[in-house]
Design a protein around this ligand. Structure first.
Ligand SMILES: C[S@@+](CC[C@H](N)C(=O)[O-])C[C@H]1O[C@@H](n2cnc3c(N)ncnc32)[C@H](O)[C@@H]1O
Length: 314
């Protein structure tokens, strides 16, 4: 399959909104080339070794790059993306607002973004490491997740994924039964397994994500019982989980709050992420309407995670 790279030269303040538009249109492998990263790399707090090349970064503004498969909808998708980005000019300074399209062959796509992906410590104990990077754990307690995200979303470094892993670390107990809705590269399933879940059911609508989840699970030495299936959210699923985790967009989360409730044990946790700030109240309202108790909300770079509990008596 061939891919088209869309490169948008914009401003820092528009990253969030443009990333959201791109995610909604099904783009894969979002890369943000922000010259500020060159500064941040020098200040890396966890001692990771970054080798960022200044030549990959614009002098001013940021470049957002993502990839769409070349198919019969491509032209419409690009028109839609362009229209929605231009409409942002009412709220944001879009800087150059230049959109450049380049054809990419699958083999190039698979390696193009790898240079941006480095080991990253996402909680006190968990570090995510791409399989091609050398990394020595700081101590014996450090948990390493090996990843090769390929075509599926989920390098583990996106704020929405980090918020999800932090919540899993806090709420998951050893031997729990977990459901991961929208497993992508399988990162949250692997994190749950490394944190001691006994059984994990992962679902994704996208066949590529299902394959990617399965491949990444194989890369990690996991003791948990894990199944990965192609499924639309939790339609037709009847389980009794201790924890459901889902890093998906707010509009999608609200579609399956009732199914999440029905698949959770009383006292179980529903960890939701992928919610942009503007949609936080909408998700909170729907969770409460269903009967969930909202017990924690966290924010990272304008993304929100909400942890809700199904009451013990319901
Ligand atoms: C933002 S990614 C999250 C990936 C990974 N869990 C992570 O945290 O990095 C959302 C995933 O949800 C999947 N998805 C979107 N709509 C879905 C649906 N209706 N049912 C199941 N999965 C869906 C997408 O294919 C994608 O892999």
């Amino acid at each position: 399959m061939n891919w088209t790279e869309i490169c948008i030269h914009t401003t820092n303040e528009a990253i969030e909104s443009i990333s959201y538009i791109l995610q909604e249109t099904g783009a894969s492998g979002l890369v943000i080339e922000d010259p500020l990263d060159l500064v941040k790399a020098k200040e890396a707090q966890f001692g990771e070794i970054y080798e960022l090349d200044p030549q990959d970064y614009p002098d001013e503004g940021v470049r957002i790059k993502t990839y769409l498969p070349v198919n019969s909808h491509l032209k419409d998708t690009i028109n839609e993306i362009t229209k929605r980005i231009n409409a942002l000019a009412t709220f944001h300074d879009l800087g150059k607002n230049e959109i450049v399209l380049t054809d990419v062959h699958e083999e190039d796509w698979a390696t193009a973004w790898k240079k941006y992906y480095k080991p990253v410590q996402v909680t006190d104990t968990i570090t995510i490491k791409p399989i091609w990077e050398e990394y020595r754990p700081a101590n014996e307690h450090e948990v390493i997740i090996e990843m090769d995200p390929g075509m599926a979303f989920g390098t583990g470094t996106h704020p929405t994924t980090i918020l999800s892993i932090q919540a899993l670390e806090k709420y998951l107990k050893a031997k729990d039964k977990v459901i991961d809705v929208g497993s992508g590269s399988g990162i949250l399933t692997i994190a749950a397994a490394k944190l001691g879940a006994a059984k994990i059911h992962a679902f994704d609508l996208d066949e590529v994500a299902v394959k990617s989840s399965k491949a990444n699970i194989q890369l990690n030495d996991l003791a948990s019982e894990i199944t990965v299936e192609q499924n639309d959210l939790l339609k037709g699923i009847h389980l009794d989980a201790d924890v459901i985790v889902s890093n998906i967009l707010a509009e999608i989360i609200v579609k399956f709050i009732n199914d999440a409730w029905n698949n959770l044990k009383a006292g179980g946790y529903f960890i939701t992420s992928g919610i942009i700030k503007d949609k936080q109240e909408m998700v909170l309202g729907e969770l409460r309407r269903q009967g969930f108790e909202v017990i924690e909300q966290n924010e990272l770079e304008d993304w929100i995670s909400i942890i809700a509990r199904k009451p013990k008596q319901s």
